[in-house]
Design a protein around this ligand. Structure first.
Ligand code: BES
Ligand code: MG
Ligand code: ZN
Length: 477
C-alpha cells in the first residue's frame, strides 16, 4: 500500500471519497463537487448515509458524517464504506480531506478503510480479495496540508487490530498455545520486541503451578509467553509498563463444564489477543517506553487428566489455591502471570486484560469494559484514553469488604466465592491478592466487549478491544 498527498484531482482517475459534514438539511442548495451536483433531497451529509456517482471513469463516493463526529463513529463509517462498497473501489483511491478535520479524524478514517478489508471467511473455498490488499493499492490524500503522519499512524493501528481479529476469530484447532507462541516470536522479529516462551517443562521448573493446572487436561501444551519491548533510540527516564493478557485458547469450563455459550469460547484469549496486538502496535510506533507483556496461554479442556474441583494447587507466588470451580480458570493463569511479571520485571505500572467473568457482562452489558484499580491516576488515564477512541471503561469497586469471598479453609485463597453475586468483583479481588500490593495495577474485565455482534457479520466476532486502548494509555502516561 502506497500513501501520498495530491493537491487536486485534475489528473486523478480511480475512486474518490468525499467525506461531507451535514449541511442544513432543508437547504435547497445542492452539494457540488468537481462538476457533480447532488440535490439535497438525495444527500446532505447526514450521518450513516452515502451517495455514489460516476463521472469520466471516476467513482465518487460521498460519505455523510453528520454535524459532529467522534473517533469511533468516523472509523465505523469508513470501515462500512470499505467493506460494503468494495465493488466500487479501484486500487487507486483519493480521500478528500475536509478542511475542518483534525489529525485524529484522518487517522480514524484511514484506520476504518483498512479494517474494512477484514473478512471473517477465513476457511471459505472461494474468497474475494479486497482491492486495498492489492500491492499496487494507492491512497492519495487530497489536501494542501501534510497528513501523512496521521495516515501512517491510522494504518499501523488498523494493522495491529487486524492481527488481533485474526487471532481471536480463528478457531481453537488453529489458534492453540503453540500457534500463539510462534506468532509472538515472528511478530517480535518483524516489529522489534523480544520473546521468551516457557513450555510445560520450563513452567514446571520455575513453579507456575496455577498456570499449569489449567492446561493439564489438554493435548495442547501450555505456553507462557513473555515479551519485552524497548525503543531502539535511547530515552531518558523511561517508564516501564507491564501488561498481562488472559490467553485461554478455548474454555470448555473444564470438569465444571459449561452449559451455556461454550461455542463462543474461542474468544477466551481475546485479552491476550489485545496484548499481542498492542505489542505489535507499540513496537511499530516505537513508543518511548519500556513494556513487558505476559500472555499465559492454555486450553481449559475436559479430560481424565484435568484438574479437579477441590484440588489445591500451588501458584508461582508461593500461595496455595483451593479450586472450587474449574471454570474460574482465567484468574488462575493471570495470578501466575501477574506474580511472574512483578517478581522478575518490577514494572512501574501494570494493566491486565481478560475475558474474565460473565458477571461483568451481566453488570455492564456490551458497551464498556469493567475497570478495577485503586490508583486514581491510572483510572483517569485509562478512562480518558478509552473515551477518546471509543473503547469505554467503567469502574467497579475493589473494597476489602469483598475480600472474604475468596477466603478458603484449606488453602490461602479459593478461586470462586460460590455465590451468584458480585462475580466480577471477587475475581478482581482474587487477582489483587497476587499483585503484592503493587501501587499501580489496573484490571480490565472485557468479557462483554472483546467479542460481539455488529453490522459486519452475522455471527459474533472479535472487536480488538484493548489494542488501541492499551497503546493510547501508554502514549498518555
Ligand atoms: N471465560 C469465562 C468468562 C466469559 C463469559 C468470557 C462470557 C466471555 C463471555 C470465564 O472463564 C468463566 O467461565 N467465568 C465464570 C466464572 C465462574 C465459574 C466463577 C463465569 O463468569 O461464569
Ligand atoms: Mg471459565
Ligand atoms: Zn475463561
Amino acid at each position: 500500500m502506497i500513501t501520498k498527498t495530491i493537491t487536486n484531482l485534475d489528473s486523478f482517475s480511480g475512486t474518490i471519497l468525499i467525506p461531507v459534514f451535514e449541511t442544513y438539511s432543508k437547504s435547497i442548495v445542492p452539494i457540488a463537487f468537481h462538476g457533480l451536483e447532488i440535490a439535497s433531497k438525495v444527500f446532505f451529509g447526514k450521518k450513516d448515509t452515502h451517495y455514489v456517482a460516476e463521472k469520466n471513469d471516476n467513482t465518487y463516493i460521498f460519505i455523510g458524517l453528520g454535524k459532529t463526529i467522534d473517533y469511533k463513529s468516523l472509523k465505523t463509517i469508513f470501515r462500512r464504506i470499505s467493506s460494503k462498497q468494495k465493488e466500487n473501489f479501484s486500487s487507486n483511491v483519493a480521500l478528500v480531506i475536509p478542511e475542518q478535520c483534525v489529525e485524529e479524524q484522518i487517522e480514524a478514517m484511514i484506520s476504518g478503510l483498512l479494517l474494512g478489508t477484514y473478512n471473517l471467511g477465513h476457511f471459505k473455498s472461494e474468497k474475494e480479495e479486497h482491492p486495498f490488499l492489492n500491492s499496487e493499492f494507492t491512497l492519495n490524500l487530497v489536501t494542501e496540508n501534510d497528513y501523512l503522519a496521521a495516515a501512517t499512524k491510522g494504518i499501523k493501528i488498523a494493522k495491529a487490530q487486524l492481527s488481533t481479529y485474526n487471532l481471536v476469530d480463528l478457531p481453537p484447532n488453529t489458534i492453540n498455545p503453540k500457534y500463539l507462541a510462534i506468532w509472538a516470536k515472528e511478530t517480535g522479529e518483524k516489529y522489534g520486541f523480544d520473546v521468551e516462551v516457557l513450555g510445560y517443562e520450563a513452567s514446571k521448573i520455575v513453579g507456575l503451578g496455577a498456570f499449569l493446572a489449567v492446561g493439564k487436561g489438554s493435548e495442547n501444551e501450555p505456553q507462557f509467553i513473555i515479551m519485552n519491548y524497548t525503543p531502539t533510540t535511547e530515552v531518558k527516564h523511561m517508564k516501564h509498563v507491564g501488561l498481562v493478557g488472559k490467553g485461554i485458547t478455548f474454555d470448555t469450563g473444564g470438569l465444571n463444564i459449561k452449559t451455556a455459550g461454550m461455542v463462543h469460547m474461542k474468544c477466551d484469549m481475546a485479552g491476550g489477543g489485545a496484548v499481542f496486538g498492542a505489542m505489535q502496535l507499540i513496537a511499530d510506533l516505537q513508543l518511548p517506553i519500556k513494556v513487558t507483556a505476559i500472555v499465559p496461554c492454555a486450553e481449559n479442556a475436559v479430560d481424565a487428566k484435568s484438574f479437579l474441583p477441590s484440588d489445591v494447587i500451588h501458584s508461582y507466588s508461593g500461595h496455595s489455591i483451593e479450586i472450587i470451580d474449574t471454570d474460574a480458570e482465567g484468574r488462575l493463569v493471570l495470578a501466575d502471570g501477574l506474580s511472574y511479571l512483578i517478581k522478575n520485571f518490577k514494572p512501574e505500572y501494570i494493566v491486565d486484560i481478560a475475558t474474565l467473568t460473565g458477571s461483568s457482562v451481566a453488570t455492564l452489558g456490551y458497551e464498556c469494559g469493567a475497570l478495577f484499580t485503586n490508583n486514581v491516576e491510572m483510572a483517569r488515564k485509562l478512562q480518558e484514553s478509552g473515551d477518546s477512541i471509543g473503547e469505554r471503561l467503567w469502574p467497579l469497586p475493589l473494597w476489602d469488604a469483598y475480600k472474604s469471598d475468596i477466603d478458603s479453609d484449606i488453602a490461602d485463597v479459593k478461586n470462586y466465592s460460590g455465590k451468584p453475586v458480585a462475580g466480577a468483583i471477587s475475581a478482581a479481588k482474587f487477582l489483587e491478592y497476587f499483585t503484592q500490593e503493587h501501587k499501580a495495577w489496573a484490571h480490565l474485565d472485557v468479557a462483554g466487549v472483546a467479542f460481539g455482534d455488529d453490522e459486519f457479520a452475522k455471527s459474533k466476532h472479535a472487536t480488538a478491544f484493548g489494542v488501541h486502548l492499551l497503546t493510547k494509555f501508554i502514549e498518555n502516561l
